[in-house]
Design a protein around this ligand. Structure first.
Ligand code: UD1
Ligand code: PEP
Length: 418
């Protein structure tokens, strides 16, 4: 089993490239099923979640190739519409292949999706969207089957702006005759990326990033070519690492246009940040303070995925912070690991009260993706050696996190232990 060996407590200085976004690449890979011909995705990160997505596509008979950060998918010879349980259970975004299969073949079968254990993660809104477009749903023995050979467009209102349900509704609507309008969709930048890729395939989609998305479905889609956006949560991870350890870091491949609330919080805590085209930097020379009160929420509010990262930096600072998590009901599990490093964090319901104080190194284990990254961020700011276990979680969403943090000046290595 691998772990990160981190020797923390000294300032960072360095420069790092921010790879493509997992949460954009995954829906885009699902969308490749809609094309006639080979689609090309640039800046596609090499992550275990992406391998699982490519495994789903290969299992469905698609021709899949990778050349560096470019992935090509040709679904011409695809066959079947069942997603293997093992791949379905590996990640949350496997659910997105259902929307594409339904649009393309009018049929899809799978078990329930996996993903980070952040609390209840139902897919009722996905199912309701498919039903509204005319699909029949059957559930038996932990499996779900969808049948909708003649989907038809209509107006759908999401009670909450679910990212995955919005993406699935967009994908399924591409195969539905007529116009689908999604009211109250998620407005995350990854939704705008999905719209961009679908348009490159000839789909008529508009409104992503606003309160209403319109899809004119039923047209044949050709192969598309698109560059996946930079990963804003990976960028937030690097920024928080510098905030935790102090020093100065430069991020390339992004200018943080999607990171407003994260940058604002880091500045409130005493960091300086700056942007230039395709470049973002952060500097912390003095102590890291607190942020007062902060609340996660759907975009454009503070992203839940960056919540553990910011908390990890603040825990080793000198100020008081109160962070309320509004998206997932069990997203503070990582705080146990921070407390093992000496953090003073009290979790009461949906709120974590953080009293910043110096942290010390410890042996800790990741319980989920961002939780694992958060422990690594804290370890860089903590005095002495740490070991972070549970890297299978981290590898789902970071391409060589240890290499990137070492490029930023961190003393971190991946080692193999018993
Ligand atoms: C692969 C991917 O892109 N994952 C991201 C996506 O997850 P995901 O798409 O799962 O997140 P959602 O936006 O759907 O979930 C938001 C909230 O809606 C609830 N809900 C969702 C669907 C549903 O059918 N019923 C329901 O009640 C969830 O339990 C949660 O409380 O958006 C989350 C919120 O920004 C991020 O943390 C995840 O990193
Ligand atoms: C929660 C996350 O991923 P997933 O939805 O795939 O579990 C994440 O990217 O932080």
């Amino acid at each position: 089993m691998d772990y990160f060996a981190v020797e923390g407590g000294r300032p960072l200085e360095g420069r790092v490239f921010v790879h493509g976004a997992k949460n954009s690449a995954l829906p885009l890979l699902a969308a490749t099923l809609l094309a006639d011909g080979e689609s090309v995705l640039h800046n596609c990160p090499d992550l275990t979640d992406i391998s699982a997505a490519l495994g789903i596509l290969s299992g469905l008979g698609c021709r899949v190739r990778r050349e560096g950060a470019t992935v090509m998918v040709d679904p011409t010879c695809r066959r079947g519409h069942t997603i293997p349980d093992e791949l379905m259970g590996q990640m949350r975004a496997s659910v997105l292949f259902l929307g594409s299969l339904l649009a393309r073949d009018g049929e899809a079968v799978a078990c329930w999706p996996g993903g980070c254990a952040l609390g209840a993660r139902p897919i009722d809104l996905h199912i309701r969207a498919f039903q509204a477009l005319g699909a029949q749903v059957r559930s038996w023995n932990g499996r779900l089957s969808f049948y909708g050979p003649r989907l038809h467009g209509r107006r759908l209102a999401l009670p909450i702006p679910s990212v995955g349900a919005t993406e699935n509704a967009m994908l399924a609507a591409c195969g539905a005759q007529g116009i689908t309008v999604i009211d109250n969709p998620a407005r995350e930048p990854e939704i705008v990326d999905l719209q961009g890729f679908l348009r490159s395939m000839g789909a008529q989609v508009s409104g992503a990033g606003t309160g209403e998305i319109t899809i004119q479905g039923g047209c044949r889609l050709h192969a598309g070519e698109y560059t996946v956006m930079a990963d804003r949560i990976v960028a937030a991870t690097y920024l928080c690492a510098v905030a935790a350890a102090g020093g100065e870091g430069e991020l390339l491949g992004t200018q943080g246009e999607d990171l407003g609330p994260v940058l604002a919080a880091l500045e409130a805590a005493g960091c300086e940040t700056g942007r230039a085209p395709n470049r973002l930097w952060i500097r912390r020379r003095g102590p890291l303070g607190g942020v007062g009160s902060l609340c996660t929420g759907p975009y454009p509010a503070f992203p839940t995925d960056a919540q553990p990262l910011l908390a990890a930096a603040l825990a080793g600072g000198t100020g008081k912070s109160r962070i309320t998590e509004t998206i997932f009901d069990r997203r503070f599990r990582y705080t146990e690991g921070l407390c093992a490093m000496g953090a003073a964090i009290q979790v009461e319901g949906d709120t974590a009260y953080i009293l910043g104080r110096p942290l010390h190194g410890a042996q800790v284990a990741a319980t989920d993706l961002r939780g694992g990254a958060a422990l690594t961020v804290a370890a860089l700011g903590a005095q002495g050696p740490s070991r972070i276990w549970g890297l299978d979680h981290v590898d789902r969403g970071y391409e060589g996190l240890e290499t990137a943090l070492a490029a930023l000046g961190g003393n971190i290595r991946r080692e193999t232990g018993p």
